[in-house]
Write a protein of this length. Structure first.
Length: 174
């Protein structure tokens, strides 16, 4: 499992200090781009965060549908295939949904690390509901959701963790 630990200025992948630490198999730091954390598929804390995010997707879609302005940033973290057959989880801004094919379309909001098809930030991709592992949106000046980010915070430096925690509401859901 590949997760982003630092986002671009608007996007974040953070987690709460209330969660147990996640052990990374590897972290790749890329100057000027999102850092990447490789996490084992059987990580209990991360899987619990993903389950909670998926269970609360109806709340996200309600907020998305009621967004006051098109520029309100509602994001989904989606698993997209890598050439090796794994998944890279990346933030996507949803732009369309086809009810007939049950397929979403959205714009990549991070620079991919290793996605199949030479994709880059800003490219449109198609995905299905089962590929969604997290969600995020602004409520006031702070973000809701970001369940997986809240898990990752436990492994960040105190400075990084404090910065991320300062951007998140204390609870992912109001």
């Amino acid at each position: 499992m590949i997760l982003r630990t630092c986002g671009l200025s608007v996007l974040l992948v953070l987690l709460s200090a209330n969660c147990p630490p996640v052990s990374y198999a590897q972290v790749v730091e890329r100057e000027g781009e999102s850092h990447i954390a490789f996490i084992e598929d059987d990580n209990i804390a991360m899987n619990a965060a993903i389950d909670a995010a998926r269970a609360s997707l109806p709340h996200f879609w309600e907020q998305f549908a009621n967004a006051a302005a098109i520029d309100e940033m509602h994001l989904l973290k989606v698993g997209l295939p890598t050439p090796e057959g794994d998944s890279e989880f990346i933030w996507i801004y949803p732009t369309d949904y086809d009810a007939e094919s049950e397929e979403f379309q959205g714009m990549l909001m991070n620079e991919p690390f290793n996605l199949a098809g030479n994709l880059k930030i800003g490219d449109l991709v198609n995905f299905q509901d089962e590929q969604i592992i997290d969600w995020s949106y602004y409520e006031g000046e702070m973000r809701r959701g970001e369940f997986t980010t809240r898990v990752l915070i436990a492994n960040m430096s105190s400075e990084e963790a404090e910065a991320y925690e300062g951007m998140l509401h204390s609870s992912p859901i109001p």
